[in-house]
Design a protein around this ligand. Structure first.
Ligand code: FES
Length: 105
């Protein structure tokens, strides 16, 4: 039987790079926490095109540019918006509660 998902603490908002991407390791998962202009989002950190960690790329508040081949993703939806990135980023459901970023997992 599948385990029911629960909200888990990920990182305090005060520990995030403001307006940028923050790498967070959660168990065996490498995650990226984005402080976007529309709020905080969380995705898997690895680019869907190669092995780059997107947190090493340039983030402008909405889009993250992969540091390896400059593929571009919308950090709010995960959509791949510029080649060579074609596959959407896997986003995790997230929320902020009492200054803590949480993920539903
Ligand atoms: S590894 Fe990210 S675009 Fe190629």
């Amino acid at each position: 039987m599948a385990r029911e998902k629960t909200w888990q603490d990920l990182i305090a908002v005060s520990e995030l790079f403001r307006g940028d991407a923050t790498p967070v390791v959660f168990g065996n998962r490498e995650l990226a926490v984005f402080d976007t202009v529309d709020g905080i989002t969380v995705s898997m950190a690895r680019c869907t095109h190669g092995a780059a960690n997107l947190c090493d790329g340039y983030f402008d508040g909405t889009h993250i540019e992969c540091p390896l081949h400059q593929g571009l993703f919308d950090a709010r939806s995960g959509e791949a918006v510029a080649a060579p990135a074609r596959v959407k980023l896997r986003m995790l459901q997230s929320r902020v509660l009492n200054d803590m970023v949480q993920i539903l997992i």
